[in-house]
Design a protein. Structure first.
Length: 86
């Protein structure tokens, strides 16, 4: 888990490094914080990817609208198009 304080510190060290040379301790801290941040982001992406539901049995809808509906899912969304004959 990355905290707001960690992010604030990353930003502080980044700003400071543009103005002056960081000490060895600060460089080490910056690298560790960046690694922690990247690991956190990767874990968030993993969670998002794991939550994706793959649906392989899509069929063309026979309602005539030309849309590709997911008939394997319990919620069906059909689009009915009204055409004026005028």
């Amino acid at each position: 888990m990355i905290t707001k304080e960690d992010i604030d510190r990353i930003n502080f060290l980044s700003r400071k490094s543009r103005e002056q040379e960081l000490s060895n301790e600060e460089k080490t801290e910056q690298q560790a914080l960046r690694k922690k941040y990247i690991e956190y982001i990767k874990s968030q992406v993993r969670v998002q990817l794991d939550s994706i539901e793959y649906v392989e049995d899509k069929k063309d809808c026979d309602c005539g609208c030309g849309c590709d509906h997911d008939h394997g899912h319990e919620h069906h969304h059909h689009h009915h198009h009204k055409h004026d004959k005028n």
